[in-house]
Design a protein around this ligand. Structure first.
Ligand code: DAV
Length: 366
C-alpha cells in the first residue's frame, strides 16, 4: 500500500495532482451569492445555461495539454468524473436551476497533510460539485491506508445565509471597495461557508481570505478543526470582488510571495511575514486588459501560476510580464496556454488540486 496523499503547501515538489475538466459546464442562473461576483458590465449578467460546445472543447484541449506537460515533468495527473450539471439542484432548504462545473478543483478540495476535505461552498449551484471527485477520493482511500477522506459540515444555504438586497445594480466600484474595506460581504454568519481556494496553506499556518465566498464563521470552524495549525484571517481591501486568494497572494517558495499590487496585504497583516524574513513582492502587471469572454475572473489570473518545485513554475503562455518577473526571481518558467480554460473557473492553480507534494508540516513562522 502506497502513500498517495500528502501536501502542506503550494511549492514543494509536486508529484500528483487532480486536474479539472470542462465537460458539461453551465453558466448558473443568478442566486443570492453569485450576482455579487459577476461584474456589473459583464456580458454574463442575466445569462445562464450550458456553455457553448466549442468553448468546452477548446478548454478541454488546453487542460489536456497541461496534463501532458505535468506528466512530462513527472507528475501523476488524475481527472474528475464529469456530472450532468444542466439539471436542477434541490435540497430540503433550497432549489436552483442548475449546477456549475468540475473545472476548478481548487475551489472544492482542500489538501492538508494526508487529508483531502471537500469544502462548504456558498454558491447553491456548487452544492454537489464534490461528487465529481468522489471516485478519486474512493480510489485514494482504497490505496492509501493513511488517507483521510473528509467532508466539511455542509452549509444549509437557506435564505438566512445571505444578506438580501445587498446587491444593487447601481452599486459603484467605489462602494464595493468601501464594503470590502469594511469586511461587509454578501454572506451572513449563520453557518461556516468557505471555498477551498480561499485557503492558502503554509505548513503549520493557514491564511484564509475573508471575502465573498468565505465568512468569519469558517475561520472559527478551521481553528477548532485544526487545533495544531495556526489560522490567520486575511483580507485585501483593494479588491472590489474578493474571491479566492490565488490571484492575490501567491507563494513561490519558502520566504517568497507575490502579492497583487491592487490588493495589497494590509500593514498589520504583513508583520508575521516580515518578522520571519519573508519577502512580499508586487506581482507583475497582467499582459491583458480584459479577461476572455464569459469569464468570471479578473485579468489577474496572470499570477495564478502552478509551482512545481522551488525553482519551477508553470505560467500562462501569453503572460509575458509575469513570466519575465518569474525569471528575475530565479524561477524556471514553463509556459502553457490556458486562456480558453479561464472562463470555466480560473487559471492554472484554480484548475488543479494538490494530491501529493514532497515535504512536511514546516513551521515557517516560529
Ligand atoms: O482575480 O478574479 C480569481 C480566482 C479564481 N479562482 C480574480 C480571482
Amino acid at each position: 500500500m502506497a502513500k498517495i496523499v500528502n501536501s502542506w503547501n503550494d511549492f514543494d515538489p509536486l508529484k500528483r495532482v487532480i486536474l479539472g475538466r470542462a465537460d458539461n459546464s453551465v453558466i448558473p442562473p443568478e442566486e443570492p451569492a453569485t450576482s455579487e461576483k459577476v461584474p456589473i458590465d459583464s456580458e454574463m449578467r442575466g445569462m445562464w445555461g450550458p456553455r457553448p460546445t466549442e468553448t468546452v472543447e477548446k478548454a478541454n484541449a488546453q487542460l489536456d495539454y497541461l496534463a501532458k506537460v505535468l506528466q512530462d515533468n513527472g507528475v501523476v495527473v488524475d481527472r474528475p468524473t464529469p456530472l450532468q450539471w444542466n439539471q436542477a439542484i434541490v435540497t430540503p432548504d433550497f432549489r436552483t436551476d442548475s449546477g456549475f462545473t468540475q473545472m476548478p478543483p481548487r475551489d472544492i478540495l482542500l489538501t492538508v497533510g494526508n487529508e483531502i476535505m471537500a469544502s462548504a461552498n456558498s454558491f447553491r449551484c456548487r452544492y454537489f460539485e464534490y461528487l465529481a471527485y468522489w471516485d478519486l477520493m474512493g480510489q485514494y482511500f482504497e490505496e492509501d491506508p493513511e488517507f483521510k477522506w473528509t467532508q466539511a459540515p455542509r452549509p444549509r444555504l437557506t435564505d438566512k445565509s445571505y444578506k438580501h438586497n445587498y446587491y444593487d445594480e447601481r452599486i459603484t466600484i467605489e462602494e464595493r471597495l468601501e464594503r470590502t474595506a469594511a469586511k461587509d460581504f454578501v454572506t451572513t454568519e449563520v453557518e461556516p461557508m468557505w471555498d477551498a481556494a480561499d485557503v492558502m496553506r503554509l505548513g503549520r499556518d493557514l491564511f484564509i481570505q475573508h471575502g465573498l465566498t468565505t465568512n468569519r464563521k469558517a475561520m472559527e470552524w478551521f481553528k477548532r478543526y485544526y487545533p495544531d495549525l495556526r489560522v490567520h484571517a486575511v483580507n485585501f481591501p483593494g479588491d472590489p470582488y474578493p474571491i479566492h486568494i490565488d490571484a492575490t497572494f501567491v507563494p513561490l517558495r519558502p520566504g517568497l510571495i507575490i502579492n497583487n499590487p491592487q490588493r495589497r496585504l494590509p500593514e498589520e497583516q504583513r508583520k508575521i511575514f516580515e518578522a520571519n524574513d519573508w519577502q512580499i513582492v508586487d506581482a507583475a502587471q497582467p499582459a491583458h486588459e480584459t479577461p476572455p469572454p464569459l469569464c468570471y475572473s479578473s485579468v489577474w489570473l496572470s499570477m495564478n501560476c502552478l509551482v512545481l518545485d522551488h525553482k519551477t513554475v508553470i505560467c500562462e503562455a501569453s503572460e509575458v510580464h509575469q513570466m519575465e518577473q518569474m525569471d528575475k526571481l530565479g524561477m524556471n518558467v514553463i509556459p502553457v496556454p490556458f486562456r480558453d480554460a479561464y472562463p470555466f473557473g480560473g487559471g492554472l492553480h484554480c484548475a488543479t488540486a494538490d494530491v501529493y507534494r514532497e515535504g512536511g508540516k514546516e513551521d515557517y513562522f516560529p
